[in-house]
Write a protein that binds this ligand. Structure first.
Ligand SMILES: [Fe+2]
Length: 301
């Protein structure tokens, strides 16, 4: 399970104080000192029972005149600070099964019941309510290639709730959880590590019953644009797919290049030729996917 960070600090801080204190040193979760400093200020912010309500009222009062930070997480997340010095702060809202939002948006909107890891580190503290519950697992990221259907080697650790004041470090590519709705509406606060390179590393979905990877949950816009450009048939796009397919540092982008080329190659023999080349490209992920695609094609030798 994520690393539990215990502390007796009963001091409380304002949002501005917490942001400035973390900003003054930056957040690097690989450094124990940085992790503990950030955890201390997140705990102090969590001890301030009034700040979030005040912040929401201020935002609502300011309306469109107020500059609200963009959030990729939708209405479930309230961004509390812009990205700075390796982190951003946010609050997450977790509705219970009895709440209106749960019924109108559905469990999946809140990632309930979808086992996943994270491609970023974050610190979290229970702020309000009994807290979402999670089944926690761990796995070895380096031991998997990321192929859909691949055995993940998940190790169950426990089921527990993010109760008020409980502060944990979710470790990128290590901790896996399946979240369950809290008994009643709950809120958690996060300091999220903002690593510009994180987008190139996979966040996986898992099937905990079969102990397998079900897919990548964070497709990059580069992959999408590349598939689109190749699909439109431009010679330069195909050249780029050839080059990236052979040499790009991201295995996923390399796989996307071969998939795009296979889509263009209509005849089964041509498709097979694309995947035969992919099998020999030197990437474990691409080679395993290529073998699987060729098995499905099953062309006579
Ligand atoms: Fe999560």
């Amino acid at each position: 399970m994520p690393r539990l960070i215990e502390g007796e600090d009963t001091a409380s801080s304002s949002l501005d104080e917490a942001i400035h204190a973390i900003d003054s040193t930056g957040f690097d979760p690989r450094e124990e000192g940085s992790l503990m400093h950030t955890a201390r200020w997140l705990r102090r912010l969590g001890n301030n029972a009034a700040f979030l309500g005040d912040h929401i009222v201020a935002q609502l009062t300011a309306g469109s005149a107020c500059e609200v930070a963009e959030s990729a997480y939708g209405a479930q997340a309230i961004v509390l600070s812009g990205m700075r010095n390796g982190f951003f702060l946010r609050a997450n809202i977790w509705p219970s099964e009895r709440d209106h939002a749960f019924h109108t948006s559905g469990a999946r909107s809140f990632v309930y019941g979808i086992p996943h890891d994270h491609n970023f580190d974050f610190l979290t503290v229970g702020y309000f309510g009994p807290g979402y519950r999670s089944d926690y697992y761990e796995y070895d990221y380096e031991a998997v290639t990321g192929r859909c259907g691949e055995k993940a080697g998940l190790r169950f650790t426990e089921r527990s709730a993010l109760s008020p004041g409980k502060l944990m470090h979710y470790r990128a590519h290590h901790d896996v959880h399946r979240q369950l709705p809290p008994e009643s509406l709950s809120v958690s606060l996060n300091v999220v590590a903002a690593d510009p390179a994180a987008g190139w590393f996979d966040q996986y979905g898992f099937d905990v019953e079969t102990d397998t990877i079900t897919g990548v949950l964070n497709p990059t816009s580069t992959e999408v644009f590349l598939r689109l450009a190749v699909g439109l048939g431009g010679a330069e796009a195909v050249d780029l797919a050839e080059r990236f397919g052979r040499t790009h540092p991201s295995d996923r982008l390399r796989l996307a290049c071969f998939e795009a080329k296979a889509t263009l190659a209509a005849a089964p023999a041509s498709v097979d030729a694309v995947w035969r080349e992919a099998e020999l490209c030197g990437s474990r992920l691409v080679a395993e996917e290529a073998r699987s695609r060729r098995r499905i094609l099953s062309l006579p030798a």
